[in-house]
Design a protein around this ligand. Structure first.
Ligand SMILES: [Mg+2]
Length: 297
């Protein structure tokens, strides 16, 4: 958690109460607090209301206005006892108030409660971005993430690639082996994708029924094509029997690769539709193969 107060002695008091149970960061100004929230993502902020330059209200307002820090709960610490000060704090998004002078038992109890609530809401948020069947990310996660990664790739002039893939003749698979086998097949493909993607910044999402997408920051066209080939082979090596497939006796995938090169601008939508077009070509040309292209503008 982060403790913010312009008086070092006040920080000292809170530190002594909390540091044996929690990791406590400290800031003595609003500006410092905002920087630490952005870089360290604390689970809770204990925020002094009265500070020179930027007061607690302003700090809270800024935290709540930024999507990167808006989910960090804020408890105000204040010597003021009037209700209007509390009302204003709650209006700005604070979760609680603690009054000075500090009562150690009350501080411990409130901190414990709000850290537990934060852990629960973090868990709920993460579930909202997961695909229930396969355990990889869902379409919602991908849609938000691809836009953010495109913005970053344009700012930093780095490459950004997508690999879209589709299980070949999946409808026939379901019809022949049943939906339970179909679900199991998707789970195994998803697990294989996870294993194929080695880097921490890469993401896999289930894009539709039997369609998956890999989001690959900082990956150029060659790198993305190589990864697509790895995935193609890894899925074959699962050797999932598929008697109804026209291309092989086991489950295979078709893949489309789209890449935004370093110097090219572009948009998330143009990259998605490029990868989608390439996937369509791969299917048109007989499936179980890879087509890829780069954005040119
Ligand atoms: Mg103060």
């Amino acid at each position: 958690m982060l403790v913010v107060d312009d008086q070092a002695t006040n920080i000292q008091v809170l530190y002594q109460i909390l540091s044996s149970d929690y990791q406590v960061l400290m800031a003595t100004s609003g500006a410092q607090a905002l920087a630490l929230c952005a870089s360290k993502q604390p689970d809770l902020v204990l925020l002094d209301l009265v500070m020179p330059e930027m007061d607690g209200y302003q700090v809270c307002q800024r935290l709540k206005a930024d999507t990167a820090t808006r989910d960090i709960p804020v408890i105000f610490i204040t010597a003021q006892t009037d209700e209007s000060a509390e009302e204003k704090g709650f209006d700005l998004g604070a979760v609680d108030f603690i009054s000075k002078p500090i009562n150690p038992r009350i501080v411990r109890a409130r901190v414990k409660t709000h850290l537990m609530l934060k852990a629960q809401s973090d868990l709920l948020r993460s579930w909202a971005y997961l695909d229930g069947l396969t355990g990889v990310h869902n379409r919602r996660f991908f849609d938000e993430r691809v836009a953010a990664e495109m913005g970053r790739a344009i700012r930093n002039q780095t490459a950004l690639s997508l690999v879209m893939l589709d299980v070949d003749f999946f409808k026939r698979f379901n019809d022949h082996y049943g939906h339970q086998a179909g679900d199991d097949c998707l789970r195994r493909v998803a697990k294989t994708l996870k294993n194929s993607l080695m880097r921490a910044g890469d993401h896999i999402a289930r894009y539709g029924g039997e369609e998956f997408v890999c989001l690959l920051p900082d990956t150029n066209f060659t790198g993305a094509m190589q990864l697509a080939e790895t995935i193609r082979r890894d899925v074959i090596s699962l050797q999932i029997e598929h008697a109804q497939s026209s291309v092989a006796p086991f489950v295979t995938v078709s893949l489309g690769v789209g890449c935004k090169p370093e110097k090219i601008h572009g948009s998330a939508n143009s990259l998605i539709s490029l990868a989608d077009t390439q996937l369509y070509k791969a299917k048109e040309h007989g499936r179980h193969r890879i087509f890829g292209a780069e954005l040119t503008e």
